[in-house]
Design a binder for this molecule. Structure first.
Ligand SMILES: *Cc1c(COP(=O)(O)O)cnc(C)c1O
Length: 396
């Protein structure tokens, strides 16, 4: 089967009712025919479901589909564990891999929740986070070589909100050379646009809340790994014991949303390219951050590892904070909301919304200036999106 066929494919229900669509199993436990069967399922002698936190058929179907998509066209197999959110996927993976005294080498422009998780929660457990410019490969290699306690290279590409990219292949190669692990947050791309396993990365995490679901009606996450035994024994065990399992209804919504993943990502990417080109030539715009533009500093590395450039872009308005607030209040067709990845176009002003509590100096060091606007370009008719941005940028 090809990529879009895998996305659209339904399960084959083997129950007598033969439901065409994957059923939701809203049950906390599963029953046994006999005590012997119960014992066999608990000891692993017989495959079967026992308790909802350990596994659920609706959740399993989504795990298998995403594992298949992340290894699509590659000569490898993966196993996925679905979780209650993107953050719980990240925290479950970190808790499985890392122990007191270990260090994480990562970038300064991670998803805000991940930075906070690393610095406050994991910091409290004795895991240290070292942030550096992961585009400086020589420096990264020197740091990894010099410090054996760096256990994990944790990556995000493209990264919020400037869409800076890091080279997956080069970084995974450094990790392998020194016998360390690598993991990447693939939320912005989905396996349709970028397959980190192709470049040798060990673990992938997603907030399925965003593009994989695509319709903004569930919160969930997933961890995917190619070390099947480690995924089945260690990662699954941490999920089960931390209780970060995904509920079957949110898994089912993700299943339904994913059927159109490929065609959504195609349309997101072509719309975003047109929006980026429109903004780039507009007199009220200082700078556009979109990896599809040849003028973008990360265009080459993005082209190397992404099939298309996705929905996410940001741009810098001339006129700073006042211009940013004026622009946001004129937006009419697009939606002002603190999320991304839905079928409708969503706009965020980081300086006054997601990053309002972060000191200006730290914000600006990460490219979050007062005039920066982030857009998750939707799949509507692009004329409506550009028309709205144009009127909000225009004279009055
Ligand atoms: C939203 C997001 C997360 C967190 O996901 P939740 O599902 O909200 O917990 C992590 N990484 C990225 C890149 C995100 O956009």
């Amino acid at each position: 089967m090809k990529f879009n066929s895998i996305c659209a494919k339904e399960i084959r229900d083997k129950q007598p009712v033969r439901s065409h669509i994957l059923p939701i199993y809203p049950t906390s436990s599963f029953s046994f025919d006999s005590i012997e069967q119960g014992m066999d399922i608990f000891t692993g002698k017989e495959k079967g479901y026992k308790y909802g936190r350990y596994g659920n058929p609706t959740v399993d179907a989504v795990e298998q589909k995403i594992a298949t998509l992340e290894t699509f066209g590659l000569d490898m197999e993966a196993k996925a564990v679905m979780t209650s959110s993107g953050m719980s996927a990240i925290s479950t993976l970190f808790t499985t891999i890392l122990k007191t005294g270990d260090k994480v080498l990562t970038q300064g422009n991670l998803y805000g929740g991940t930075t906070e998780l690393l610095t406050s929660v994991l910091g409290q457990l004795g895991v240290e986070t070292v942030m550096t410019n992961l585009q400086d490969l020589e420096k990264v290699e020197a740091m990894v070589k010099a410090d054996e306690s760096i256990k994990l290279l944790y990556l995000e590409t493209p990264a919020n909100p400037t869409m800076a990219c890091v080279d997956l292949e080069e970084l995974a190669t450094i990790a392998k050379k020194y016998d360390r692990l690598s993991a990447v947050d693939n939320t912005f791309c989905t396996p349709y646009l970028q397959q980190p396993f192709r470049h040798g990365v060990d673990y992938i995490v997603h907030s399925t809340t965003k593009f994989l679901n695509g319709h903004g009606n569930s919160i969930a996450g997933i961890i995917v790994g190619t070390d099947i035994e480690y995924m089945e024994k260690s990662v699954w065990k941490t999920m089960k014991l931390l209780g970060t399992n995904c509920n079957p209804f949110d898994a089912w919504l993700t299943w339904t949303g994913m059927k159109t993943l490929g065609i959504r990502m195609d349309k997101h990417s072509s719309n975003a390219m047109q929006v980026a080109e429109f903004l780039e030539q507009h007199a009220g715009v200082e700078r556009v951050n979109y990896n599809g533009l040849p003028s973008n500093p990360d265009h080459e590395v993005a082209k190397k590892q992404m099939r298309q450039f996705g929905a996410m872009l940001s741009f810098e308005l001339k006129g700073g904070l006042d211009a940013g607030i004026r622009f946001m209040n004129k937006i009419n067709f697009c939606t002002l909301a603190p999320t991304l990845g839905d079928v409708d176009t969503i706009i965020l002003h980081p300086a006054s919304m997601s990053h309002v509590n972060i000191a200006r100096e730290i914000r600006e060091r990460n490219g979050i200036t007062d005039g920066l606007i982030r857009i998750s370009v939707g799949i509507e008719d692009v004329e409506d999106i550009i028309g709205d941005l144009g009127q909000a940028l225009g004279g009055d």
